[in-house]
Design a protein around this ligand. Structure first.
Ligand SMILES: NC(=O)c1ccc[n+]([C@@H]2O[C@H](COP(=O)([O-])OP(=O)(O)OC[C@H]3O[C@@H](n4cnc5c(N)ncnc54)[C@H](O)[C@@H]3O)[C@@H](O)[C@H]2O)c1
Length: 275
């Protein structure tokens, strides 16, 4: 997808961090952006910033954990901007804690936002993406925000609940890519390493009904990390080339190699055992 001029792009979690960076990069490439976020003030700030810079952007409220909210967003986008041809399911939250101790409410929040928010985002927008792909022959694109935590988790960090949700996003995206390829709808999974954002304060958006949240200690490595704007440029490139995976840092290779080496070692043991 080379030409993004006047395309309608929806970015969830676009009020801050990586989503804001994606929205800026797509707007600078000429797309019209739906800035969707649970934090309406943040979405409005980003839309105002983009409009002041001469781009086309509108704020929308959405809670991706609520399928009805996503359906309403899809309808509002279609009627106010037109059918979306780019969907970035980016909103996500984070939590740490030993897997044997995290509560059912913690699992519900993480899976509702990080996994079901992606699955239901696709369901809400698939008709528009199909219509856009069929109408101009340029195709459509879905970018789901996974994480390196979903491909090669740092198991020593107590991020298991987060990693499990992101591993599911990676697998979902790989399968969806194969399913939608015949319809010229590309699917990418964004696998960021550490990015300097407010993800460690994700508890600011935890629903009150799920009980008290807690911030995650901000790791030292964040101070040397890239920001959301840099990730936005990488996502734009990934959309242009319909990449299956979009990476953000050089640590992707050693982390994936280390994980695969451990898997291959046990495959070799299995092969030896079965001789
Ligand atoms: N920052 C990192 O190091 C990192 C690494 C890998 C993956 N990610 C992923 O990147 C994505 C964006 O995170 P970020 O780092 O920019 O964090 P962030 O906290 O800076 O931004 C997240 C945005 O999502 C919004 N949001 C939260 N819950 C929502 C909901 N239920 N519905 C709609 N919007 C909601 C927030 O209001 C916020 O604007 C997430 O999916 C996260 O898991 C981040």
């Amino acid at each position: 997808m080379d030409n993004l001029t006047n395309r309608i792009a929806v970015v969830t979690g676009a009020g801050d961090g990586i989503g804001r960076g994606i929205a800026i990069a797509l707007a600078e490439a000429g797309a019209h952006i739906a800035i969707a976020d649970i934090d309406t003030e943040a979405a409005t700030r980003v839309a105002t910033e983009l409009t002041a810079a001469g781009h086309t952007a509108s704020p929308f409220h959405v809670d991706v954990a609520d399928p009805d909210s996503l359906t309403a967003l899809a309808e509002e986008v279609r009627t106010s901007l037109g059918p979306a041809s780019i969907l970035c399911n980016n909103a996500g939250v984070m939590l740490d804690g030993p897997l044997t101790q995290v509560s059912a409410a913690d699992w519900q929040w993480i899976l509702d936002v990080n996994l079901h928010g992606v699955i239901k985002g696709v369901r809400a927008f698939i008709d528009q993406l199909r219509a856009a792909a069929a109408s101009d022959g340029f195709g459509a694109q879905i970018v789901n925000t996974g994480s390196m935590a979903g491909l090669a988790p740092r198991t020593y960090l107590d991020y298991g609940i987060y990693s499990a949700s992101k591993a599911a996003v990676v697998s979902y995206s790989e399968n969806l890519r194969a399913e939608l390829e015949p319809e010229t709808i590309g699917v990418s999974v964004l696998c960021p390493s550490t990015v300097s954002t407010r993800i460690w304060e994700a508890d600011r958006n935890r629903p009150a009904g799920l009980g008290p949240g807690r911030p995650v200690p901000r790791p030292d490595r964040v101070k040397d990390a890239i920001d959301g704007n840099a990730v936005g440029q990488l996502v734009l490139n990934g959309i242009r080339h319909n990449r299956a995976y979009i990476f953000t840092s050089d640590d992707a290779r050693p982390r994936v190699e280390e994980r695969h080496a451990a898997i291959l070692a046990d495959i070799e043991r299995h092969e030896t055992d079965s001789q």
